[in-house]
Design a protein around this ligand. Sequence first.
Ligand code: HEC
Length: 84
Amino acid sequence: MWTSTPPGASPGGAHRPLPGWVRGKEIMDAYMKKDAAAKQTGGWWFNAFGPDAKPLGVDVVKGCYECHAEGAKGSDLVFSKFIE
Ligand code: HEC
């Protein structure tokens, strides 16, 4: 659905390509930030930026939260897991 982010392309450069990933064309940088004030979206802020680092203006309830709430409801809306 999206690719990982080359350093510098995201505000703060938070994302790094993971080993074994092949980089495609960058579609967007997707962010989540935990904050109890984000009541509409399960205690997480969601946001997405294009390759030019401009906000994409997605409807984060329908476009982000609903899928995370459904698919990752047992793990605080986060899909990724630490390697054990
Ligand atoms: C159709 C389902 C779906 C939608 C819609 C969706 N995501 Fe996700 N998201 C996933 C899945 C599955 C993963 C884990 C696999 C991956 O990284 O591709 C994930 C991973 C993430 C991660 C890494 C942390 C984690 O949960 O593993 C972030 C951050 C994220 N999504 C943000 C967003 C944002 C922001 C939006 C809206 C712009 C969004 N997502 C929309 C399914 C979705």
